[in-house]
Design a protein around this ligand. Structure first.
Ligand SMILES: [Zn+2]
Ligand SMILES: [Zn+2]
Length: 239
């Protein structure tokens, strides 16, 4: 069993993401009440039809990185746009972000062949602004998981364990099976993972039930979980 409570949530969305429902203030209040010490608010990149404008990111420097005792990380869940791995976030916007997740979303890129999808992920990993690959478990996008994990090691990128993927309401497919395989490969290649709730409403922040289940099932080592390294979390952020 995972002996320590995960007190960092590294993937959430506020109302700035359009199809999400809580303000930053509401999210911080919920995090504080539920003993989440570090909260990353990672809005959708602007290729998502209802996401915030690029200027939202330009102004992130105006937000405090600590409120009510909660450490705050502000960033973006950028959209991978093509099979070369190009993302929607500009370098100017990226410079204001503390953390950037890159994900495949069906609104922004159609599933290609296994090779095309894998190239898209590896291309995004090569982007120096990208720190995390979001929900690689989505079975709609076939991937060569060994190649993805090996390249995560090569480019020093975290692989996300997205707790929401295994929720019944998620569009993603075969997440449990796929993520089990990915976690085994991360263990084998010593690649660190990042756990996020992908909350789109405040009361889902810190909901790691599914993630903890998989961590225990695969006996995944705590040392390879970014959320458990407060030293590394402190260094996230370029502001
Ligand atoms: Zn996503
Ligand atoms: Zn998300």
């Amino acid at each position: 069993m995972l002996s320590m409570k995960i007190s960092a949530d590294l993937h959430t969305h506020s109302i700035a993401s359009g199809h999400a429902y809580s303000t930053i203030q509401e999210m911080i209040t919920f995090a504080k009440t539920n003993k989440i010490k570090t909260l990353a608010i990672t809005e959708h990149g602007y290729a998502m039809p209802d996401a915030c404008h690029e200027y939202y990111y330009h102004n992130l420097c105006s937000l405090s990185r600590e409120m009510f005792g909660v450490n705050l990380i502000f960033g973006c869940e950028a959209n991978i746009l093509d099979y070369t791995g190009r993302i929607d976030l500009s370098d100017v916007a990226a410079q204001q972000c503390d953390i950037i997740i890159a994900s495949l979303h069906s609104r922004c890129i159609k599933p290609g062949t296994e090779n095309e999808n894998t190239e898209a992920i590896i291309g995004a990993m090569k982007n120096k602004n990208v720190s995390i690959i979001g929900h690689p478990d989505d079975g709609r996008y076939k991937l060569n998981y060994e190649e993805v994990v090996k390249n995560a090691a090569k480019y020093n990128v975290f692989i996300e364990l997205n707790s929401n993927s295994m929720d019944g309401s998620s569009y993603r497919q075969n997440s449990e099976e796929n993520m089990t395989e990915i976690l085994k490969l991360c263990k084998k290649h010593k690649v660190m993972i990042s756990i996020g709730s992908d909350a789109h409403v405040a009361y889902h922040i810190g909901n790691f039930k599914n993630a903890e289940y998989l961590i225990n099932k695969t006996r995944f080592p705590k040392e390879l979980i970014l959320n458990c390294h407060s030293d590394l979390l402190k260094n996230i952020g370029r502001n």
